[in-house]
Ligand binder design. Structure first.
Ligand SMILES: O=C(O)C(=O)C[C@H](O)C(=O)CO
Ligand SMILES: [Zn+2]
Length: 274
C-alpha cells in the first residue's frame, strides 16, 4: 500500500509517568516513516500535527486524500512543510519545486495534491490552517540564524529558522533545523517547555550504529528515548525535548499551536531536572 496512517492520541503526563520503555516508544518515538515507494504518516492529537515520510525511490508518489483529515484532499484545510533529507527530488503541488538536501518547502492551504519524485527522502509536517499563505521554497541561506551554547558546555549549535515569522508567514507551522558545532553533542540543554504547543523532532545525518539519547518528560520526571538516524520524537506540550548524541547529528524541529515566534519558552533550571 502506498499510503499508511497511524493515529497517536494525546497522553496525560500522569499516565506517561507509569510507562515502560515499550509504551514510551509506542506513544512518543517516531520510527520507520521512511520506506521506499511509500508515504507513511502519523496523525497526532497534539495540535493535530501530522508527521511522516515519503520516499519515491525514483518513481512517483502522490499524497491526496487522508481519511483521518476528513477532507477530500489533505491540504483543503491544512498547511504543510516538506523537508528533503535525501538526494535531489521534486515536489509538485501548486507548482513544481526542485528540492536538494536540506531544502524546505512551505505549501499553503489549498495547494492541492502533493506528488513526490526523484531520489529525495521527504519529511512531511502538516497542521490545520485557516488562511492561505503563499507556497515557498526556502533554502538554508534564506533562514534566520540563532547561535546558542558554547564549546565548554558541549552545546554549541546554530538554529536555522526556515518557516518562522522573521522569514515568512504561516498559520501555525514553525519549522527549522539545528546543526551542532564540531564536538558538541547537546541540543536544547538547558531544557525548556512550552505548554501552549507541541514539538516534533527528526534526527538525521547520524552515522549508522550511533544514537541520540533523547530526553522527554516533565522536568521533574524525565525519561529517555534511544533514537537512531531518520527517527524522531513527538514532544507533548508538558514535556522537555533535548538530546545528546554519541556522534554528530542534525535535527529538524517543528511546532504547531499558540505563539509562533517561540520567544515564550519556559526555561528549566538544572536544579529542577530530575
Ligand atoms: O537546539 C535547540 O535549542 C533547538 O533546536 C530548540 C528547538 O528549536 C526548540 O525546542 C524550540 O522550541
Ligand atoms: Zn521547544
Amino acid at each position: 500500500m502506498m499510503l499508511s496512517v497511524e493515529t497517536r492520541h494525546a497522553i496525560h503526563p500522569e499516565t506517561a509517568k507509569g510507562f515502560d520503555t515499550a509504551a514510551l516508544r509506542k506513544n512518543f518515538h517516531v520510527g520507520g516513516i521512511f520506506a521506499d515507494g511509500e508515504i507513511r504518516l502519523i496523525y497526532t492529537h497534539y495540535d493535530r500535527m501530522i508527521v511522516g515520510g515519503a520516499v519515491p525511490a525514483g518513481a512517483a508518489l502522490t499524497l491526496d486524500q487522508v481519511k483521518e483529515c476528513g477532507t477530500a484532499s489533505i491540504l483543503d484545510r491544512r498547511e504543510m512543510v516538506i523537508v528533503n533529507i535525501g538526494g535531489n527530488g521534486t515536489v509538485t503541488a501548486d507548482a513544481d519545486y526542485a528540492m536538494g538536501k536540506g531544502d524546505m518547502l512551505y505549501l499553503g492551504m489549498g495547494a492541492g495534491k502533493v506528488s513526490f519524485s526523484g531520489e529525495g527522502r521527504f519529511y512531511i509536517l502538516s497542521a490545520p490552517a485557516h488562511h492561505t499563505y503563499p507556497s515557498r521554497l526556502i533554502k538554508i541561506d534564506d533562514a534566520a540564524q540563532v547561535k546558542l551554547g558554547a564549546q565548554e558546555t558541549s552545546n554549541e549549535r546554530t538554529i536555522y529558522q526556515f518557516v518562522h515569522p522573521d522569514v515568512m508567514k504561516s498559520c501555525q507551522l514553525v519549522v527549522g533545523m539545528t546543526k551542532l558545532a564540531k564536538g558538541s553533542i547537546w541540543n536544547t540543554m538547558p531544557a525548556h517547555v512550552h505548554d501552549r504547543r507541541m514539538e516534533a523532532y527528526l534526527y538525521f545525518d547520524l552515522a549508522e550504529g550511533q544514537r541520540v539519547m533523547h530526553l522527554m518528560g516533565e522536568p521533574s520526571e524525565t525519561r529517555h528515548l534511544v533514537i537512531a538516524n531518520e527517527e524522531g520524537a513527538i514532544s507533548p506540550p508538558w514535556s522537555i525535548h533535548s538530546g545528546a548524541g554519541t556522534s554528530s547529528y542534525t535535527f529538524i524541529w517543528a511546532m504547531a499551536g499558540d505563539n509562533v515566534d517561540y520567544k515564550d519558552v519556559e526555561m528549566v533550571s538544572m536544579e529542577t531536572l530530575k
